[in-house]
Design a protein around this ligand. Structure first.
Ligand code: FES
Length: 174
């Protein structure tokens, strides 16, 4: 073998060794990335506070009661609708709670007792209180955040979570 061929052969072996090291490095990087992603997914889970929002005795059918959840900066309402609905709590399954910040740009929603919708004065989105806050019209791209409610034997109403992201937040708890 000539000197020139030996150099070419040595270069080829070096190239292959480098490729194997790069592949092994990529595998380690991918594994580390997967573990990091799992850790971040675990951190992304939100632990909600359980907060007392009111008592059944304070509610009048189809009249919103102002509350806030999961903290004082997040206005919402409790509503007793008079018949069982999606997400309804209490003995009749008719008590619901919603954020009243519009998911589009955060305007404060008003309640229309006639058709039981929340209405936005900003760009006129509407959300159905009897259908889990489903948007029925407008610019918003998500439904109205609904509180997960629990009612105890004394009629005390507790919120224990929210099913959508409240407007203006990266997380429902800050
Ligand atoms: Fe409510 Fe735009 S802020 S529709």
């Amino acid at each position: 073998m000539t000197k020139c061929n030996r150099l070419i052969d040595a270069g080829r072996r070096q190239f292959l060794r480098g490729g194997m090291m790069a592949t092994a490095g990529a595998a380690v990087t991918t594994l580390a990335g997967t573990q990091e992603a799992k850790a971040q997914a675990a951190l992304a889970r939100v632990d909600y506070p359980a907060s007392r929002l009111g008592n059944i005795g304070e509610l009048t059918e189809n009249e919103p009661l102002d509350v806030s959840y999961p903290d004082d900066d997040s206005p919402g309402v409790l509503l007793k609708l008079g018949h069982a609905v999606e997400g309804g709590a209490g003995p009749d399954g008719d008590i619901v709670g919603f954020s009243v910040l519009c998911p589009h740009k955060g305007w404060y929603l008003g309640y229309n007792a006639d058709d039981r919708t929340f209405n936005c004065p900003g760009h006129y989105s509407r959300f159905d209180a009897e259908a889990g806050g489903q948007q029925v019209w407008g610019h918003a791209t998500s439904n109205l955040p609904q509180f997960n409610l629990r009612v105890d034997d004394d009629g005390e109403i507790y919120a224990e979570g929210v099913d959508e992201l409240i407007f203006g937040r990266l997380s429902n708890t800050l």
